[in-house]
Design a protein around this ligand. Sequence first.
Ligand code: CP
Ligand code: NVA
Length: 305
Amino acid sequence: MKKDFLSILDLTPNELDELFVLADTLRKDTRRHPLEGKTAALIFQKPSLRTRVSFEVGIYQLGGHPIFLSQEGIGLGQRESASDVAKLLSRYNHLIVARLFDHQLLLDLASYSDIPVINALTDLNHPCQILADMYTIRQHGKLRKGVKVAFIGDGNNVVNSWLEVAALYPMHFVLAAPKGYDPDKDILHRAQRAGASTIEIQRDPAVAAENADVIYTDVWTSMGQEVEAAKRKKAFKNYQVNEHLLALAKQDCLVMHCMPAHREEEITVGVLDGKQSVIFDQAENRLHIQKAIMTKLIEQYAGKD
Ligand code: CP
Ligand code: NVA
């Protein structure tokens, strides 16, 4: 694996598969402690429940110690430059996990760091989430070539990571989003050029949901976009994942949401808590897949001391 895990495009298709197999092993075998005697610095500029807890628990289970650093505490890019923070943390630690607003700041951190950096979400993408989601689809026996994933909602960081995985794994990915809420153009074009998957941008959620194996949604207003919340609520009002939409998909279609969820906004309570929903498997799988990523990186880049 490359030194840093900043995007799913840092992986080869083979490495994607190896991570799934390693996650299977690690969830059964808790005796592997590649992080023993090691520490990981966790930088969070944005709020988090799942990501922070799954990384902290995962680091502990792998024998290491997590050090949580809030933006107020360290002032990344304000009190100190990304290069100074990266070089300093490399002297004490073996891994950096970072959740940041600006993706460029993550790239800067990685380029100046001697130790692996893992992307825990930026405004641009959320690769750990989508790896856990692919792993969840596989766990439910639905990961096969051409699997139809219909994402209903905002073309945000989560969608960008779906497009990145679609560049590696052959699928039919359809985004239904209102005009003006499309994903990152460069990421979209790169995924289309890769030619592995069929990728569509739709305006009509009903067309997107038709015959889907997976219906996925996320909040309409991501972290950092709070001032746009009212405008977005209006723009997305016809993009709710509800019982009518689900009825258009395959009968055994999985319902997915990266969470946090806004009940009765982007998804109805009945669908979110319904029998097709796998949202808590997704959340649990963050732990297993991130343990696999950290194990691979530590064994490759920091295993010797
Ligand atoms: N899905 C996800 O990343 O959740 P948190 O924002 O709570 O970490
Ligand atoms: N798109 C959401 C994902 C949260 C996990 C956000 O960035 O807030």
